[in-house]
Design a protein around this ligand. Sequence first.
Ligand SMILES: Cc1ncc(COP(=O)(O)O)c(C=O)c1O
Length: 401
Amino acid sequence: MQTYTEVKKDQIKLIKSSFYDEVNTKEKLVEFIRNAPILSMGEQCAKLEEEFAKKQGCRYSAFVSSGSAANLILIQAMLNLGYLRKGDKVAFSALTWATNVMPLIQLGLQPVPLDCELSNLNVSSGILKSALEKESDIKALFLTNVLGFSADIDVLSKFCADNNILLLEDNCESLGSKVAGKLLGNYGLASTFSTFVGHHLSTIEGGFVCTNDENLVEMLRLVRAHGWDRNLPEENKNKLRNENNIDYFYSRYTFYDLAYNTRPTEIQGFLGNIQVGFWDEIVAKRERNFFIFHEAVKSNDDLIHLEVGHMDTVSNFAMPIVFKDKTLFRKYKDKFESRNVEIRPVIAGNISRQPFFKKYVNRDSHLENADFIHENGLYFANNPELTDEEVNVLSGLISRK
Ligand SMILES: Cc1ncc(COP(=O)(O)O)c(C=O)c1O
């Protein structure tokens, strides 16, 4: 059986390891598990939440079992607090992952897919403005920061604030990217992150919601674990208990609002605390690889050229290549496959073309650029463990011959 660490001879895979510095980290993990008195959510997770928030430059983070869980509890918490109401229209990036939009459908919101710019794969302020001309009652935007790139998020976030549109960022693919002096993930009311294998930081499975809003983080902690108050500060626990007339005997088994169980474990917390120490190194290596690939793309007129000049840091998740037409797409796809390079669609293409979306949402799914990327795009690996030789092979495949 092939594992992540046994790369088939010569194959350039999307994911090389379960987490960065795998051999040393596994040894530390074995030792930790041997000695840890408790492995369910505890001190390691709490420490990681503090460290992650500090690195991200926000006040609070809530650690959960996956990026998908982060998206789900965020939307549930928004409803519980009345920041959103059932039936509200929520715009989202059509070029995204399934579990970005699924919670909107599951929780009774109306999802409005938005197209992206071909030059950066992201939703821009111009795209949101055009959408509002057709549907003026959009209440929130759940933006995906695609593959470490961004459009004009500084302008977009101001436009949202001026027009009473709540901005949430799905930053599962863009940890460490910076625009106008600010890290992606700090532009809206809250943002989500994934720490699944292959993401910038890996805890095998895991995710975060980040925010500066105290009410929101408390609701997130309640929604993360059954709807009970156990992970709230003493003062807030007492407030809830008094308001609801709950005595001590019942207090630990009282459920205050709609919730799930999306808690992480101490194993993930321990891994995360090690991985956070590599944050800057990982971002720097991904950015370095990206600019080598980017130069190769710029030399080749068969490919659409990405624009990243407005970004301070491009913490690229994987390298997208969009071809000018279907014939070129097929030609290069064959080239990658015959060189044994693992490739895949750009995230999952236009997500509103997926069967689940069509089953539950009755809208025309045609979006010009997202469709173009769906049909003419692919991505290959960028990760901090690519060797110079692999980077050379990959850039050779996309350079003009
Ligand atoms: C944009 C985006 N959102 C959400 C997720 C889900 O994260 P997870 O796999 O940790 O559930 C992903 C996964 O890759 C993603 O790319």
